[in-house]
Design a protein around this ligand. Structure first.
Ligand code: SF4
Length: 252
């Protein structure tokens, strides 16, 4: 017991005081993309050509549009853009309620809104989630896992991961939903009592990510079950995941 108390005194309080204080992201962190004012030179599509995930396109005004739901935040487009129109900020607030809300085209980004009505009343202060890894590589799952460590301390917000869907208020899905996980995902969703919410976490769960349009995947969750929150990233930073869930709960 003495040893435990000594260790506690030595370690002190390790939980970061988020959301009162915003975490400083690592200098190499690539957060929300930004499209600067200006025009592409002629029919230059260098950014589109280097994008490995098909996240980049050119909009009706011929300027770049980045779909954060497909982006893996590799930074290749920033290097390829000779006009310096594309850059990545340190902003880790990326979640949105709709897939279309993840498009970055130079206009203002709208962050996720809180659940409304009965959902807010039921889940605003306590949210039990069942995680389904639907063909994920393990990266999104690792960044969800880390939320249980003292630095993030997910439980202080009333959020917990539970083993049974019968005990859950919502699903947190990672992975592109491979064909052999489709039935398991649908059965898990059915097993949740209503009302329920769904959170798609990571590029794969939102759009299929790098596996998009492969015959073995379902291009994410949204075509199979209704999704309340999309959290982009490959994988999303743990702060992005936590911030998105808190926004959905109406806690930010
Ligand atoms: S950072 Fe995203 S949009 Fe840019 S090239 Fe990489 S995947 Fe494509």
């Amino acid at each position: 017991m003495l040893q435990i108390l000594k260790a506690r005194l030595h370690q002190q309080y390790r939980t970061f005081p988020f959301p009162e204080k915003m975490p400083a992201m690592a200098s190499r962190y690539r957060g929300r993309p930004q499209i600067a004012a200006g025009n592409c030179k002629g029919d230059c599509s260098a950014c589109v050509a280097v994008c490995p995930s098909g996240a980049l396109s050119r909009g009706s005004d011929n300027r770049p549009v980045i779909d954060m739901g497909r982006c893996i935040f590799c930074g290749a487009c920033e290097i390829a853009c000779k006009e310096k129109l594309i850059s990545f900020s340190q902003e880790f607030s990326l979640a949105a309620n709709k897939k279309a809300g993840l498009l970055i085209n130079g206009t203002e980004f709208k962050t996720a809104e809180a659940m409304a009505g009965e959902l807010k009343k039921l889940f605003g202060r306590s949210l039990k989630l069942r995680e389904v890894s639907a063909g994920g590589c393990g990266a999104c799952e690792a960044d969800v896992n880390v939320l249980a460590t003292p630095t993030f301390d997910l439980a202080r917000f009333g959020i917990q991961f539970v083993a049974s869907p019968r005990h859950a208020d919502g699903l947190l899905v990672t992975g592109p939903v491979s064909q052999n996980m489709k039935l398991a995902l649908l059965k898990t969703y059915e097993a949740l009592p209503s009302p329920k919410i769904v959170i798609a976490t990571g590029a794969c769960a939102i759009s299929g990510g790098l596996f998009c349009d492969n015959a073995e995947v379902n291009n994410g969750v949204a075509d199979l079950i209704p999704v309340d929150l999309f959290i982009p990233g490959c994988p999303p930073n743990p702060w992005t995941i936590l911030e998105g869930i808190l926004r959905l709960m109406g806690r930010l």
